[in-house]
Ligand binder design. Structure first.
Ligand code: NAP
Length: 141
């Protein structure tokens, strides 16, 4: 029986795509990340989005909500991995896969896209945790 928890992620590197200074400071402060602090960032994003000021305040201009949700998931992965050290908790971008989400414009088949997630699902106890993978490769957050 494998002990794992994976999240399907798009490759959103918080440090590159989110230039809002407060968000970068909170999400980049890995040691002090909490769910409350991530919620605070998302609430601020939502407020700025509703007010129409998200771009001028440094939130992603392209697929804004999607990218924020993925940046939050990066943080959530780190928080959960720290909270549950006995479980391998990672997130993985499957690559650009032909599915409903992109109207089948992807370049990988679903079988190819599943490779990374399946490999993480089969990690042995004591395997890597709290990391982000791009298909089979580890990425910097
Ligand atoms: N495909 C890619 O190129 C790609 C690249 C990077 C990351 N990803 C990530 O991979 C994950 C899966 O994407 P996919 O390509 O498999 O997309 P997909 O074919 O569109 O599948 C999305 C799935 O999410 C479910 N879903 C959507 N909204 C939901 C909601 N509010 N509550 C519960 N379930 C909901 C859908 O359920 P129904 O079928 O019932 O609507 C569907 O099963 C996503 O997180 C996506 O961001 C995909």
């Amino acid at each position: 029986m494998h002990n794992f928890h994976i999240k399907l992620q798009a490759l959103v590197l918080t440090s590159i795509y989110v230039s809002n200074e407060r968000a970068k400071a909170v999400l980049g402060d890995v040691e002090n990340l909490t769910e409350e602090r991530v919620d605070e960032v998302l609430s601020q994003y939502l407020k700025d989005y509703k007010e129409g000021s998200w771009e001028t305040k440094g939130w992603p201009a392209y697929l804004s909500a999607y990218q924020l949700s993925k940046a939050a998931m990066n943080s959530d992965t780190r928080i959960l991995a720290k909270k549950y050290p006995g479980i391998c908790i990672n997130c993985v971008c499957p690559g650009y896969v032909k599915t409903d989400i992109n109207y089948y414009t992807g370049i990988l088949s679903v079988e190819e896209g599943a490779e990374g997630p399946v490999r993480l699902a089969l990690l042995p106890h004591g395997g890597p945790s709290g990391l982000l993978f791009e298909q089979l490769e580890e990425e910097e957050f």
